[in-house]
Design a protein around this ligand. Structure first.
Ligand SMILES: NC(=O)c1ccc[n+]([C@@H]2O[C@H](COP(=O)([O-])OP(=O)(O)OC[C@H]3O[C@@H](n4cnc5c(N)ncnc54)[C@H](OP(=O)(O)O)[C@@H]3O)[C@@H](O)[C@H]2O)c1
Length: 204
Protein backbone atom coordinates (compact mmCIF):
# COMPACT_ATOMS: atom_id res chain seq x y z
CA UNK A 1 0.00 0.00 0.00
CA UNK A 2 0.99 3.66 -0.33
CA UNK A 3 1.98 5.80 2.66
CA UNK A 4 -1.67 6.94 2.80
CA UNK A 5 -3.03 3.38 2.87
CA UNK A 6 -4.17 3.12 -0.77
CA UNK A 7 -3.77 -0.16 -2.65
CA UNK A 8 -4.67 1.34 -6.04
CA UNK A 9 -5.39 4.70 -7.62
CA UNK A 10 -8.94 5.82 -8.37
CA UNK A 11 -8.60 4.27 -11.86
CA UNK A 12 -7.53 0.90 -10.39
CA UNK A 13 -3.81 1.18 -11.14
CA UNK A 14 -2.17 -0.91 -8.40
CA UNK A 15 1.41 -1.17 -9.69
CA UNK A 16 2.97 -0.05 -6.44
CA UNK A 17 5.52 -2.82 -6.01
CA UNK A 18 9.24 -2.43 -6.60
CA UNK A 19 11.17 -5.35 -8.14
CA UNK A 20 12.57 -6.33 -4.76
CA UNK A 21 9.13 -6.23 -3.17
CA UNK A 22 7.72 -8.45 -5.93
CA UNK A 23 10.39 -11.01 -5.04
CA UNK A 24 9.40 -10.78 -1.36
CA UNK A 25 5.72 -11.29 -2.20
CA UNK A 26 6.44 -14.24 -4.46
CA UNK A 27 8.61 -15.85 -1.76
CA UNK A 28 5.71 -15.41 0.64
CA UNK A 29 3.27 -16.91 -1.88
CA UNK A 30 5.43 -20.00 -2.19
CA UNK A 31 5.16 -20.66 1.57
CA UNK A 32 1.34 -20.80 1.57
CA UNK A 33 -1.09 -23.48 0.47
CA UNK A 34 -3.27 -20.91 -1.31
CA UNK A 35 -3.59 -17.26 -2.43
CA UNK A 36 -7.06 -15.71 -2.22
CA UNK A 37 -8.45 -12.59 -3.95
CA UNK A 38 -11.85 -11.06 -4.69
CA UNK A 39 -13.28 -10.99 -8.21
CA UNK A 40 -12.81 -7.20 -8.62
CA UNK A 41 -9.07 -7.64 -8.33
CA UNK A 42 -9.18 -10.25 -11.10
CA UNK A 43 -11.39 -7.99 -13.26
CA UNK A 44 -9.19 -4.94 -12.80
CA UNK A 45 -5.65 -6.39 -12.61
CA UNK A 46 -6.05 -9.64 -14.58
CA UNK A 47 -3.33 -11.21 -12.37
CA UNK A 48 -1.68 -14.62 -12.77
CA UNK A 49 -1.27 -15.14 -9.01
CA UNK A 50 1.60 -17.59 -9.44
CA UNK A 51 5.22 -17.70 -8.25
CA UNK A 52 7.52 -16.39 -10.98
CA UNK A 53 9.92 -13.82 -9.49
CA UNK A 54 11.63 -16.46 -7.33
CA UNK A 55 11.84 -20.24 -7.51
CA UNK A 56 9.04 -21.98 -5.66
CA UNK A 57 5.84 -23.89 -6.06
CA UNK A 58 2.61 -22.22 -7.10
CA UNK A 59 -0.04 -22.15 -4.35
CA UNK A 60 -3.65 -22.96 -5.19
CA UNK A 61 -5.47 -19.84 -6.43
CA UNK A 62 -8.83 -19.04 -4.81
CA UNK A 63 -11.19 -16.46 -6.29
CA UNK A 64 -14.27 -15.18 -4.41
CA UNK A 65 -16.81 -14.70 -7.18
CA UNK A 66 -20.45 -15.11 -6.12
CA UNK A 67 -21.85 -14.86 -9.66
CA UNK A 68 -19.17 -17.13 -11.23
CA UNK A 69 -18.48 -14.21 -13.54
CA UNK A 70 -14.75 -14.86 -14.10
CA UNK A 71 -13.87 -14.13 -17.73
CA UNK A 72 -12.88 -17.27 -19.63
CA UNK A 73 -10.21 -15.09 -21.27
CA UNK A 74 -8.64 -13.97 -17.97
CA UNK A 75 -5.06 -15.06 -17.24
CA UNK A 76 -6.38 -17.11 -14.30
CA UNK A 77 -8.88 -18.97 -16.51
CA UNK A 78 -6.46 -19.72 -19.34
CA UNK A 79 -3.82 -21.10 -16.95
CA UNK A 80 -6.17 -23.11 -14.74
CA UNK A 81 -5.22 -26.46 -16.25
CA UNK A 82 -1.61 -25.81 -15.16
CA UNK A 83 -2.21 -24.07 -11.81
CA UNK A 84 -4.85 -25.41 -9.46
CA UNK A 85 -7.67 -22.87 -9.18
CA UNK A 86 -10.74 -22.81 -6.95
CA UNK A 87 -13.59 -20.41 -7.61
CA UNK A 88 -16.02 -19.77 -4.75
CA UNK A 89 -19.47 -19.06 -6.13
CA UNK A 90 -22.86 -18.54 -4.53
CA UNK A 91 -25.13 -21.63 -4.52
CA UNK A 92 -27.43 -19.49 -6.70
CA UNK A 93 -24.82 -18.82 -9.42
CA UNK A 94 -25.79 -19.64 -13.00
CA UNK A 95 -25.12 -23.35 -13.62
CA UNK A 96 -24.12 -22.86 -17.26
CA UNK A 97 -21.47 -20.34 -16.19
CA UNK A 98 -20.16 -22.79 -13.60
CA UNK A 99 -19.96 -25.61 -16.17
CA UNK A 100 -18.08 -23.32 -18.59
CA UNK A 101 -15.48 -22.56 -15.91
CA UNK A 102 -15.24 -26.21 -14.86
CA UNK A 103 -14.50 -27.17 -18.47
CA UNK A 104 -11.44 -24.91 -18.29
CA UNK A 105 -10.17 -26.89 -15.29
CA UNK A 106 -11.42 -24.63 -12.51
CA UNK A 107 -12.75 -26.30 -9.37
CA UNK A 108 -15.96 -24.39 -8.57
CA UNK A 109 -17.19 -24.76 -4.99
CA UNK A 110 -20.22 -23.05 -3.53
CA UNK A 111 -20.53 -21.08 -0.33
CA UNK A 112 -23.22 -18.57 0.59
CA UNK A 113 -21.77 -15.17 1.53
CA UNK A 114 -24.27 -14.86 4.38
CA UNK A 115 -22.99 -18.07 6.02
CA UNK A 116 -19.63 -16.33 6.53
CA UNK A 117 -16.04 -17.13 5.68
CA UNK A 118 -15.53 -19.63 8.53
CA UNK A 119 -17.67 -22.22 6.73
CA UNK A 120 -15.71 -21.61 3.54
CA UNK A 121 -12.39 -22.00 5.36
CA UNK A 122 -13.61 -25.32 6.81
CA UNK A 123 -14.46 -26.51 3.27
CA UNK A 124 -11.04 -25.42 2.02
CA UNK A 125 -9.37 -27.23 4.91
CA UNK A 126 -11.17 -30.36 3.71
CA UNK A 127 -9.43 -29.81 0.37
CA UNK A 128 -6.04 -29.76 2.11
CA UNK A 129 -5.68 -25.96 2.34
CA UNK A 130 -4.37 -24.95 5.77
CA UNK A 131 -2.75 -21.58 5.11
CA UNK A 132 -4.09 -18.77 2.94
CA UNK A 133 -2.40 -15.58 1.80
CA UNK A 134 -5.22 -13.08 1.32
CA UNK A 135 -4.03 -10.59 -1.30
CA UNK A 136 -6.98 -8.21 -1.47
CA UNK A 137 -8.60 -6.12 -2.61
CA UNK A 138 -10.00 -3.88 0.09
CA UNK A 139 -13.50 -5.43 0.17
CA UNK A 140 -12.11 -8.95 0.58
CA UNK A 141 -9.61 -7.82 3.21
CA UNK A 142 -12.44 -6.19 5.16
CA UNK A 143 -14.49 -9.40 5.25
CA UNK A 144 -11.54 -11.29 6.75
CA UNK A 145 -10.93 -8.49 9.29
CA UNK A 146 -14.63 -8.17 10.14
CA UNK A 147 -14.96 -11.90 10.73
CA UNK A 148 -11.82 -11.92 12.90
CA UNK A 149 -9.92 -14.29 10.58
CA UNK A 150 -6.64 -12.43 10.17
CA UNK A 151 -3.68 -14.09 11.91
CA UNK A 152 -1.05 -11.78 10.44
CA UNK A 153 -0.90 -8.63 8.35
CA UNK A 154 2.27 -8.30 6.25
CA UNK A 155 2.36 -4.93 4.58
CA UNK A 156 4.84 -3.13 2.37
CA UNK A 157 4.53 0.64 2.63
CA UNK A 158 5.56 2.00 -0.76
CA UNK A 159 6.95 5.57 -0.85
CA UNK A 160 3.93 7.13 -2.59
CA UNK A 161 1.02 9.36 -1.63
CA UNK A 162 -1.95 8.51 -3.86
CA UNK A 163 -4.98 10.18 -2.34
CA UNK A 164 -8.55 9.97 -3.58
CA UNK A 165 -11.63 9.18 -1.53
CA UNK A 166 -12.61 6.64 -4.21
CA UNK A 167 -9.23 4.85 -4.31
CA UNK A 168 -9.19 1.35 -2.76
CA UNK A 169 -7.58 1.17 0.64
CA UNK A 170 -5.97 -1.79 2.42
CA UNK A 171 -9.21 -2.52 4.26
CA UNK A 172 -12.46 -1.10 2.83
CA UNK A 173 -16.03 -2.23 3.44
CA UNK A 174 -18.09 -0.51 6.12
CA UNK A 175 -15.27 -0.49 8.67
CA UNK A 176 -15.67 -0.62 12.43
CA UNK A 177 -17.79 2.09 14.03
CA UNK A 178 -15.51 2.53 17.05
CA UNK A 179 -11.79 2.15 17.68
CA UNK A 180 -12.63 0.02 20.72
CA UNK A 181 -14.30 -2.53 18.39
CA UNK A 182 -11.52 -2.58 15.76
CA UNK A 183 -9.00 -5.38 15.26
CA UNK A 184 -5.99 -4.73 17.48
CA UNK A 185 -2.64 -6.15 16.35
CA UNK A 186 0.91 -6.47 17.70
CA UNK A 187 3.96 -5.30 15.74
CA UNK A 188 6.27 -8.29 15.21
CA UNK A 189 8.85 -6.83 12.83
CA UNK A 190 9.68 -3.80 10.79
CA UNK A 191 12.31 -3.72 8.04
CA UNK A 192 13.51 -0.78 5.94
CA UNK A 193 14.38 -1.65 2.32
CA UNK A 194 15.52 1.44 0.44
CA UNK A 195 12.48 3.79 0.70
CA UNK A 196 10.05 0.99 1.57
CA UNK A 197 9.02 -0.31 4.95
CA UNK A 198 7.88 -3.90 5.46
CA UNK A 199 5.83 -4.28 8.60
CA UNK A 200 4.50 -7.48 10.06
CA UNK A 201 1.71 -7.48 12.60
CA UNK A 202 0.11 -10.47 14.30
CA UNK A 203 -3.20 -11.06 16.04
CA UNK A 204 -3.10 -10.22 19.75
N1 LIG B 1 -1.85 -3.07 -3.99
C1 LIG B 1 -2.21 -4.31 -3.80
O1 LIG B 1 -1.47 -5.11 -3.21
C2 LIG B 1 -3.55 -4.81 -4.29
C3 LIG B 1 -3.88 -6.15 -4.12
C4 LIG B 1 -5.13 -6.58 -4.56
C5 LIG B 1 -6.02 -5.70 -5.14
N2 LIG B 1 -5.67 -4.42 -5.32
C6 LIG B 1 -6.62 -3.46 -5.93
O2 LIG B 1 -7.86 -3.53 -5.24
C7 LIG B 1 -8.90 -3.14 -6.12
C8 LIG B 1 -10.06 -4.11 -6.00
O3 LIG B 1 -10.52 -4.17 -4.69
P1 LIG B 1 -12.07 -4.25 -4.32
O4 LIG B 1 -12.19 -3.98 -2.87
O5 LIG B 1 -12.84 -3.40 -5.27
O6 LIG B 1 -12.49 -5.73 -4.69
P2 LIG B 1 -12.03 -7.22 -4.29
O7 LIG B 1 -11.86 -7.35 -2.84
O8 LIG B 1 -10.94 -7.63 -5.20
O9 LIG B 1 -13.33 -8.03 -4.75
C9 LIG B 1 -14.53 -7.82 -4.04
C10 LIG B 1 -15.62 -8.69 -4.63
O10 LIG B 1 -15.39 -10.06 -4.30
C11 LIG B 1 -16.64 -10.73 -4.28
N3 LIG B 1 -16.84 -11.58 -3.11
C12 LIG B 1 -17.43 -12.83 -3.11
N4 LIG B 1 -17.49 -13.32 -1.88
C13 LIG B 1 -16.98 -12.38 -1.06
C14 LIG B 1 -16.80 -12.33 0.33
N5 LIG B 1 -17.14 -13.33 1.15
N6 LIG B 1 -16.25 -11.22 0.83
C15 LIG B 1 -15.87 -10.18 0.05
N7 LIG B 1 -15.99 -10.19 -1.31
C16 LIG B 1 -16.56 -11.29 -1.84
C17 LIG B 1 -17.72 -9.64 -4.29
O11 LIG B 1 -18.24 -9.62 -5.62
P3 LIG B 1 -19.46 -10.61 -5.99
O12 LIG B 1 -20.54 -10.30 -5.02
O13 LIG B 1 -19.77 -10.27 -7.40
O14 LIG B 1 -18.90 -11.98 -5.82
C18 LIG B 1 -16.96 -8.37 -4.03
O15 LIG B 1 -17.54 -7.26 -4.66
C19 LIG B 1 -8.31 -3.13 -7.52
O16 LIG B 1 -8.11 -1.78 -7.94
C20 LIG B 1 -6.98 -3.80 -7.36
O17 LIG B 1 -6.02 -3.29 -8.26
C21 LIG B 1 -4.45 -3.95 -4.90
Amino acid sequence: MSIDGKIATRTGDSELSSRSDLRRVHKLRATHDAILVGINTVRIDDPLLNVRHVRGRDPVRIILDAAASLSTRSQIAVTSKKIKTILVASPRADKARIRRLEKLGINVITSAKKSGLKGLLAKLRGLGIRSILVEGGGATNWEFVRQNLVDEAIICIAPRLIGGAASSTLVDGAGFARVALSAKMRLCSCAKRSDELIVRYSKL
